[in-house]
Design a protein around this ligand. Structure first.
Ligand code: NAP
Length: 311
């Protein structure tokens, strides 16, 4: 059993920002990074909207931001264990117990910032063709679709941002959206509409993904006309939202009906001494900037609570 003062679960913008503040408060936090250091932004190609980092000549990438934040927290004393949390006992603490495949930790205080994961469509062929044409990450897999035609599902910021990115590789990107109006913000809509490689199919859902070893077509269903038809495609990119990575917290922290950890305005969870920040507790904003702010707030509250405990 390794004893720690503060354990931070997750290494996205919320976790790393919390780590910077906790480390600067000389509390020497341990960050359990999970399998994806940096979380979702490590899969993000360009970050255009983070205040203070604007550079139109060389837009910073997600991995670059992760590297800076990670080094910044380490500089002040944060430590990292590249482990995935499998089990926790929070409700009987403090001290709180956190298990990974490799270790068991005991902590005086915890910040939960394990983020969120992409939702799946749940149609036939989707799981079967993951890595063989079906993807949830343009930055990771776009390169494999050089000179090919791909379908993107979704009408939000992610779908449009990733579609624009995919036009660097694909000859044609067809966005299939279930309504006739996009959810994405105006700036991204304008960029997508202006891009000659991007096409739209409205009021339509994918009913199945098919292929022969690799994806070669999708079956579409127009929800307004009822028409069903096949469309050739080399790849299917799904960007239809996220779910919180809170399965390991079931029975430990209060959550809403979608699994988001419930926090108050001080980032406190239902267990005293346990704070949550970022997308595991935020279904609304889901921005790097908001996750950073929540991580900082959680760290400041934790530090105040811990020093009050220790007198
Ligand atoms: P989102 O805003 O929830 O959009 C999800 C999209 O997928 C919606 O258009 C939705 O359709 C569609 N959808 C959901 N379930 C579906 C299903 N089963 N089948 C077909 N379509 C389905 O998710 P997001 O685009 O990932 O964005 C999440 C948050 O992150 C947002 O707050 C967004 O602003 C933010 N974000 C910001 C940026 C940026 O600022 N650059 C980039 C990425 C994400 P309906 O519209 O019909 O519901």
């Amino acid at each position: 059993m390794q004893k720690e003062r503060v354990v931070i679960i997750g290494s996205g913008p919320a976790g790393l920002s919390a780590a910077i503040y906790i480390a600067r408060a000389t509390l020497n936090p341990l960050v359990l990074t999970g399998t994806q250091l940096g979380g979702q932004i490590s899969l993000t190609s360009e970050v255009e909207n983070y205040p203070g980092l604007f550079n139109p000549e060389a837009t910073p990438t997600g991995p670059e931001m992760v590297e800076i934040m990670q080094k910044q927290a380490a500089h002040f004393g944060a430590r990292y264990a590249y482990e995935d949390v499998t089990e926790v006992n929070l409700k009987d603490g403090p001290p709180f117990t956190i298990k990974t495949h490799a270790n068991t930790y005991q902590a005086d205080a915890v910040i939960v910032s394990a983020g969120a994961s992409p939702k799946h469509l749940g149609v036939p062929g989707e799981t079967e063709f993951v890595g063989r044409g079906v993807s949830y990450c343009g930055t990771c897999d776009g390169f494999f679709f050089r000179g090919k035609e791909v379908v993107v599902v979704g009408g939000g910021d992610s779908a449009l941002e990733e579609s624009i990115f995919l036009t660097k590789f694909a000859t044609k990107v067809t966005i299939v959206h279930r309504r006739d109006e996009l959810r994405a913000g105006a700036a991204l809509q304008n960029r997508a509409f202006a891009n000659e490689k991007i096409h739209f199919i409205w009021d339509t859902v994918i009913e199945s993904i098919e292929g022969d070893g690799l994806v070669n077509c999708v079956q579409l269903h127009n929800l307004k006309t009822g028409e069903r038809y096949e469309m050739a495609a080399d790849g299917v990119f799904v960007f239809i939202g996220h779910y919180p990575n809170s399965q390991f917290l079931i029975g430990q922290l209060a959550m809403d009906e979608h699994g988001y950890v419930i926090t108050d305005e001080f980032m406190r969870t239902s267990v005293t001494g346990v704070y949550a920040a970022g997308e595991i507790q935020d279904p609304h904003y889901r921005q790097i900037a908001t996750s950073v702010g929540q991580g900082v707030a959680a760290a400041m509250q934790l530090e105040r609570w811990l020093s009050a405990q220790e007198g």
